[in-house]
Design a protein around this ligand. Structure first.
Ligand code: SF4
Length: 451
């Protein structure tokens, strides 16, 4: 049963010293109860209390960290069924599969695409996270060689080691050192031996059941043997079964506090179809519904990028609008004669406007004014995007040092502030941009600085 903030407060030293980065013990207790910080952040709590509170305030889906301490990739830690109830905590890990049955050139291609398919959006770097290395032929030496190749070729990849042979698993996990991989997997016939390897190497263990019931039996058995960090595969290999199992596991853990299913899941779209587009669609379903990790057969930009954006959207905090920093953004290599546009810092607006400017191929300066994540009209109505504030920002932004002309293009929806803005910025000519971002390319191609 989860503890309330007041129950947690009673167990704290109540020094109100702020060393946990939170000013008071009460505020700290409330955050621990809400799962927003960990009890270990208070240096004055003894181990016994830490264990009591840590266990009671742990999220229903266990938090699992893969990789080295300084570059850990976290999955699980989820506390709700629906994003709007609170937020989803840790994004689904996207993995690509390489196997000992693949030709070297195919493995190299996947490693290369893992390293190069990276995208930057709203200040966030988007990329695949893991490489799953599978022993397809029962060849321990070949498996370890492949693990070594991935370790050397993909420095920031988290690894999933896939073999049914505990001895090969131990050798490969030892090779990985502090890059602590996920060991996959413990099935009914090798669970004890795999658990021993996981304990010895300090790695999380993938548990592979043939059904939900089978998985529950395995996690119960491994939990009573003292294993804590597990990732579960219920054996589902169709999208329908995987979706049903993911929902069932999340619901049982969150609503019924059913601990044997309180672990992140690993799913295998790569084993559900041979069609890359269908695989992408299956993956998108599983990202939306509770997969801790999805394993893809390959990485291709046209498939990976939309999946990364879907993941970005689902795992952002709905209580906090996504924003971009207030700044001057240069697009398409602008010069002192390039147009200057201004808009708000709501990230969706930024995405759309910058995307249209980029697509127009017209070199441009885009001023992004901090409107606390509100969109253009909402920000204007809330008094955060008025003529006075825009003028202050334009003057202090430094744009006057970057362009020779003095023409500012404002969003078409702000027609009503044109006159006021001209008064606030007497040296500037204010131009009305189009109302819809889709009309920006044509607008920009026509624009010429006044002689
Ligand atoms: S560090 Fe501990 S004692 Fe100090 S304010 Fe935080 S919770 Fe209270």
């Amino acid at each position: 049963m989860a503890l309330t903030g007041i129950q947690i407060l009673k167990m704290l030293p109540k020094k109100n010293c702020g060393e946990c980065s939170i000013p008071t013990c009460l505020a700290f207790a409330m955050k621990v109860a809400a799962g927003q910080t960990e009890i270990g952040e208070c240096p004055y709590v003894d181990e016994e209390v830490k264990a009591t509170i840590g266990e009671a305030s742990a999220p229903p889906i266990r938090t699992i960290k893969l990789g080295s301490a300084d570059k850990a990739f976290t999955i699980g830690g989820e506390t709700c069924l629906f994003r709007h109830e609170k937020r989803f905590e840790n994004p689904t890990g996207i993995a690509v599969l390489v196997t000992t049955a693949m030709a070297a050139v195919d493995v190299d291609g996947r490693i290369e695409r893992f390293n190069t398919l990276r995208y930057e959006r709203v200040g966030v770097n988007l990329k695949a996270d893991l490489i799953a290395v599978k022993d397809s032929k029962g060849d321990a030496q070949g498996f370890c060689d492949l693990v070594g190749k991935v370790l050397a070729g993909a420095a920031d990849a988290q690894l999933i080691l896939m073999t049914a042979d505990p001895a090969a698993m131990k050798t490969a996990a030892t090779l990985c050192g502090d890059r602590k991989p996920l060991l996959f997997g413990a099935a009914a016939d090798n669970a004890e031996a795999m658990a021993a390897v996981a304990k010895e190497t300090g790695c999380a263990l993938g548990v592979k059941g043939a059904s939900v019931d089978d998985t529950v039996a395995l996690t119960e058995k491994l939990s009573s043997a003292g294993l804590k960090d597990m990732v579960i595969d219920t054996g589902a290999r169709t999208v329908r079964a995987a979706l049903e199992d993911n929902v069932l596991a999340r619901r049982a853990a969150v609503r019924s506090k059913f601990k044997p299913l309180g672990f992140p899941t690993i799913t295998f779209p790569c084993e559900m179809t041979d069609d890359p587009l269908l695989e992408a669609m299956i993956t998108s379903v599983l990202v939306a519904k509770y997969a801790g990790i999805v394993v893809l057969s390959d990485l291709q930009g046209d498939i990976l990028f939309p999946l990364l954006l879907e993941r970005l959207n689902i795992f952002t905090d709905p209580q906090r609008p996504m924003v971009v920093s207030e700044d001057i953004y240069s697009i398409n290599g602008p010069t002192e004669n390039s147009p200057v546009l201004i808009t708000c810092n709501f990230s969706l607006t930024y995405f759309i406007v910058s995307g249209e400017i980029e697509g127009s191929k017209v070199p441009s300066w885009l001023l992004i004014k901090d409107t606390e994540g509100l969109s253009v009209l909402t920000a204007w109505a809330a008094g955060k995007f008025g003529a006075d504030l825009i003028a202050q920002f334009v003057k202090k932004s430094g744009i006057e040092d970057k362009v020779k002309h003095r023409e500012l293009i404002i969003p078409g929806y702000l027609a009503s502030i044109k006159g006021e803005l001209e008064e606030e910025l007497p040296n500037w000519t204010i131009l009305m941009g189009p109302r819809e971002a889709g009309h920006l390319p044509a607008f920009l191609k026509e624009w010429k600085p006044a002689a």
